[in-house]
Structure formats: structure tokens, C-alpha cells
Design a protein around this ligand. Structure first.
Ligand code: FES
Ligand SMILES: [Fe+2]
Length: 465
């Protein structure tokens, strides 16, 4: 790194993002028109390093929910790419995102995953930092530094952009980043609304975490995948734990948004919507599974429709907030697919409940969350093994020469724009959302700056796709 271009006193500077000095030659790894993806992108170290800069550091990353950091001094630690960060409510109730690395020798200044503190004290030599990252004390300022250390210059680095959408805290390390609202667009917002609009929600204490030996993009790819259920989860189906209607519904809906956001999965056709309204007087858009009484139920069809729009209310698929935040079906969980090297991904599951739920109802929601996902859940035990094998087969001499096949539904569907302006594809099982995610990923990787990305990214597609 060229230190003359780097602001050593704080957050990353514009020159960190706009330099063209490093990174792999950007090839057309993704062929959107043909539906093929080069396997190299799932294990190449140089490509991975470029992702950390151009996708994770540049983009908006989900940090936590406001309910996790209510009081001054309450904090939650997370990652932006591989940068460990502390998300903390400061004394003025502002949310700060601090890089968890002491400017002295780089030690972490916070080892806990979450908690409450008055300051961040480095366990190596004792530098002490305020909740907004300022260096407020250190041993030997007079005796050893002899007054020569300018404390103003040696605070913790910070994310230059922190913003909150309906309680969800996001941060970007790029000073040139567009606003969170613009980044999310209507598709990203719709995905988060599926959780946020269900009531006065909070995160259940304790984030479920597990590591899978796979590339993070294969874990993202799978959340749109309604092709694998019957096969990958076949053993759970044989035991009667899952039904075909649940893992592989025929009626599918896809919504594609700017900057790589997408929603893919089951959808309710207008005809089916009418039937549900006649039968139940409402459409439970979030899930057609039976839920515990009062569990995160929509407060009536009117409020759901107001919040999600006429197309959004019929969409029951999985949103992915680009690059790696999955809103799981039913809107009770969010999952981050955190990169830990080109062939390792850590999954973090956040479970939400309504604050007013009875304790026994909360317990049922939590039991359901544990049952399906996380280290003890039945779904990703099956999925994770497949992703690991897929990742391994991107490294071999012969296997890596063969691009992966993303041709399902290619050129066979139509994007229809509703009177409200919301657009969607209504079809059968398909790979539109995956293709869109990889296409967008390539646009992020090719752009050398936010201004280039703004200029060159694909706008929302229309017509035949
Ligand atoms: S590494 Fe933090 S005080 Fe030395
Ligand atoms: Fe699965």
C-alpha cells in the first residue's frame, strides 16, 4: 500500500478505492446472455482480494439491528469483508462503526461479540478509546512519548458512512458511496420491509454462527435455488420433515433490482391471491406455513399491501440484499454469508420476534429458527456439503476449465411491470436471480470507483429475459 495516499488518522480515503494499481485483470467471467459463469471466481485468491475492496468495502454492509444497540455504550461486532468492526451507540446516541484494530500494533480493542462498555481498552499496551473512536488515554504519554504523541491523530478508523433503514444498520467504507436509500432501491427496501413491517421487532439474543468450506457466492446463489430442494433435502422429505410444496413450489416469482439486489422463489399468482382473500380474508405474504399463534403475523392485509405494494404482497421468495444478506422466508430471520477467504464462508443467523409476543410464542419462533437453519438446522447441513464440493471442483485443472451452467429459464420469460410500477417475472423454477446476481457482481468488480459503477451498472431490466 502506498502510505502517502492513505489517511493514517481515520477512515479509508478516496484514493484507497480509486487506485488502479492492483487486482486481477477483469475478464468476462460471467456471460449473462449465454448463462455461464467461470469457476475461477469461486476460489481464486486475487479475485477474492478484489471482492474485499470493490464489493464489500465499497458497498453497504448489514451491521446489526437497532434493537441490539439501544443504550449508549452498547455494541455488536461484525465484519465488512474481513475488516472486523465494532457497531456502537455513542454517548450522543449516534451509531458509530469503528475498525476493531488498535492503531499502535493492530490488536483488537474489543474481543466480545456484543455487550456494553464505557470505552474500548486495548489489552496489549493499554491505549483507551472513546465510544466514538477517539484516543482518550494511554500509558506513558508523558514519560515515554514525552508529550510527543498527538492523540487527535491516533483514534480508531471509522466507516465514513453509517445509515439506518427501518432499524437495520448498514455501513460503507467508501467515502464516495451513494446513499443507503439509493443503494437499496425499491427491491432492496422490499426485501427488508418483509421483516421490518411485521411489527415492533427485535433481535433474539445470540446470533447462530457456523462455518462452511465454500465460496460465499455459492451460499448466496443457493438462497434463490428452488431446484435443489427435492434432491438435496430428499432425506428430510422421506422422514416427513419437509413437504414438496414447501421445498419446490411450482409457482415462482422473481424481482430484479439495481446494484444486484434480487428476490427469487415462490409467488402467489393474482388468481391464487383472489382465492386466498375469499377464503381467509387476507394474504399472508410472508409465508403460507402454519405459524405459532401471533407469531410475526401481518397486521391485516391492508397494512401489508401498503408496505409491500401490489406485487410485493404476492412475493414469497427469498430476497438477497447485495452482496450477502439473505432475508429468509417468513421474514423472521436474516442471514449474512460472510467471506472468510476464497473457499470459506461463515453464516450468521439473526432471528427476529415481535417485542409484544408472549414468551411461549417467542420460544416457538426460536425453536423453529434453530430447527431449520444454523449449525443444528436441518437445511444447511445438506446444502453446505454440496457447496463445499462445488467449491472444491473449481480448483482442478480439468474441472476448472468447464464454466458452470446457469441456463434455466434463459430467454424464456417476460418481466411485467404492474400499474404501480413494481416489476416481476412470474414463472416456474428458474435461474434468473442467480444470473442477475453474477452479472451485477461482475459490474461491481469491473468498476474502479463509485462514479464508474453508477455510470456502468445495469438498470432494472425490462421485457424478455
Ligand atoms: S496494540 Fe493497542 S496499545 Fe499497543
Ligand atoms: Fe437448501
Amino acid at each position: 500500500m502506498d502510505n502517502t495516499k492513505t489517511d493514517l488518522t481515520g477512515s479509508p480515503s478516496n484514493s484507497d478505492f480509486n487506485s488502479k494499481e492492483k487486482g486481477p485483470k477483469i475478464h468476462n467471467w460471467v456471460d449473462f446472455e449465454k448463462g455461464s459463469v467461470d469457476r475461477k471466481i469461486f476460489s481464486d485468491e486475487n479475485i477474492y482480494q478484489t471482492e474485499l475492496k470493490k464489493i464489500f468495502a465499497r458497498g453497504w454492509n448489514f451491521m446489526c439491528h437497532e434493537s441490539q444497540i439501544v443504550e449508549p455504550g452498547s455494541y455488536f461486532t461484525n465484519y465488512i469483508g474481513e475488516d472486523h468492526v465494532i457497531v456502537v451507540r455513542d454517548k450522543n446516541l449516534q451509531v458509530q462503526v469503528l475498525i476493531n484494530s488498535c492503531p499502535h500494533r493492530g490488536n483488537t480493542v474489543c474481543r466480545a461479540e456484543q455487550g456494553q462498555t464505557r470505552s474500548f481498552f486495548c489489552s496489549y499496551h493499554g491505549w483507551n478509546f472513546s465510544l466514538d473512536g477517539k484516543l482518550i488515554g494511554l500509558p506513558g504519554q508523558d514519560e515515554f512519548y514525552r508529550g510527543g504523541l498527538d492523540k487527535e491523530k491516533w483514534g480508531l478508523s471509522k466507516a465514513p458512512h453509517v445509515d439506518i433503514y427501518k432499524g437495520f444498520v448498514f455501513a460503507s467504507l467508501d467515502p464516495d458511496a451513494i446513499s443507503l436509500e439509493d443503494f437499496l432501491g425499491w427491491v432492496g427496501r422490499l426485501g427488508l420491509d418483509q421483516v421490518a413491517e411485521q411489527g415492533d421487532i427485535e433481535v433474539v439474543d445470540g446470533i447462530q454462527k457456523n462455518v462452511i468450506q465454500c465460496n460465499w457466492k455459492l451460499a448466496v446463489d443457493n438462497l434463490f435455488d428452488w431446484y435443489h430442494g427435492n434432491v438435496s433435502h430428499g432425506s428430510a422429505m422421506k422422514l416427513g420433515l419437509l413437504t414438496e410444496e414447501f421445498v419446490a413450489p411450482m409457482s415462482q416469482m422473481v424481482i430484479l433490482g439495481e446494484y444486484g439486489h434480487a428476490i427469487g422463489g415462490p409467488g402467489i399468482s393474482q388468481k391464487e391471491q383472489q382465492r386466498l382473500i375469499e377464503k381467509y380474508q387476507h394474504v399472508d405474504t410472508a409465508s403460507n406455513r402454519k405459524k405459532p399463534k401471533n407469531a410475526n403475523s401481518w397486521r391485516g392485509e391492508k397494512s401489508a399491501k401498503d408496505a409491500l405494494g401490489p406485487v410485493g404482497i404476492r412475493c414469497k421468495g427469498h430476497p438477497n440484499i447485495f452482496p450477502n444478506l439473505w432475508v429468509s422466508t417468513g421474514g423472521t430471520q436474516l442471514c449474512l454469508r460472510l467471506p472468510k477467504g476464497p473457499t470459506t464462508t461463515e453464516l450468521w443467523w439473526f432471528t427476529f420476534v415481535e417485542k409484544s409476543m408472549a414468551p411461549e410464542v417467542k420460544k416457538k419462533v426460536i425453536q423453529g429458527a434453530i430447527h431449520f437453519f444454523g449449525p443444528s438446522g436441518m437445511l444447511e447441513q445438506d446444502d453446505g456439503e454440496n457447496w463445499s464440493h462445488s467449491t472444491n471442483a473449481t480448483k482442478g485443472f480439468a474441472s476448472s476449465r468447464r464454466p458452470l451452467n446457469f441456463k434455466m429459464g434463459l430467454g424464456l420469460d417476460e418481466i411485467v411491470v404492474d400499474d404501480s410500477g413494481q416489476s416481476s417475472i412470474e414463472t416456474v423454477v428458474n435461474e434468473h436471480a442467480q444470473r442477475w446476481t453474477y452479472k451485477s457482481w461482475q459490474e461491481w468488480m469491473k468498476a474502479e470507483s463509485w462514479s464508474e459503477l453508477i455510470k456502468n451498472h445495469s438498470s432494472e431490466p425490462k421485457g424478455k429475459i
